[in-house]
Design a protein around this ligand. Structure first.
Ligand code: FMN
Length: 199
């Protein structure tokens, strides 16, 4: 049991962990999610964690006390391109769902891959009140396929920022502004289903 009073005190004192508190030394050690496990978390509208399940705590390596109130970017891995998170936030803030392969950083500097689904939670008037994410084990094929692509996107961002990685993503997907998200999502589903993809 975690003490809600301790959490309230921590939040009142403004002690929210973020990517700035994440480990700087990476170990390259992978923790693989079990076949039947789901990682669940919920954030407020700004991306601060308000709920996480036991598997999240085990995979991320931070305690539940540390995670509640923290910015979700506490587990952001530097190998992830910024464009992935831009797509994520553009979709969910527009009341749409996001699917994607995400490499996450553990407290010990290791990493774990997930197949993530993120959805906005709406009240009865249709206003976004929070966001919820479920993740399961991703296909190896997806990880192997996307690793070099994420690397290229990160490289593009180093020199040309997010607009460069967006242009590169369109090029890789043979897409334009109108169909890039649709093509991206189709690729993600095909990879998770272990289907051969031709991009
Ligand atoms: C419900 C929810 C779940 C999220 N899950 C993750 C996650 O597992 N890993 C991650 O790096 N970012 C996740 N994010 C995105 C983070 O909020 C953030 O945009 C990302 O880590 C990049 O952080 P930065 O833009 O501050 O660098 C999630 C966001 C929401 C709303």
């Amino acid at each position: 049991m975690i003490d809600q009073k301790r959490i309230d005190e921590k939040l009142r004192a403004g002690k929210r962990l973020s990517k700035l508190d994440a480990p700087k030394t990476l170990t390259n050690k992978e923790k693989v999610l079990s076949d039947n496990d789901f990682i669940v978390s919920k954030t407020d509208t700004k991306g601060y964690i308000i709920y996480c399940n036991r598997i999240f705590v085990e995979m991320a390596g931070w305690s539940r006390f540390e995670l509640i109130g923290a910015n979700h970017n506490i587990i952001r891995h530097p190998d992830m391109p910024k464009i992935a998170f831009k797509i994520l936030w553009d979709l969910i803030q527009n009341k749409k769902e996001f699917f994607g392969f995400v490499k996450n950083l553990r407290k010990d500097g290791g990493f774990y891959w997930v197949f993530a689904y993120i959805t906005p939670d709406l009240d009865l008037n249709g206003n976004i009140i929070s966001y919820t994410s479920f993740r399961k084990k991703p296909s190896r094929k997806g990880i192997e396929f996307l690793t070099p692509i994420y690397k290229q996107l990160v490289e593009a961002e180093k020199s040309g920022g997010i607009s460069a990685s967006y242009e590169l993503l369109k090029e890789i997907l043979k897409a334009n502004d109108d169909n890039v998200i649709e093509k991206y999502q189709r690729l993600i589903f095909d990879l998770q289903r272990d289907k051969d993809v031709l991009v």
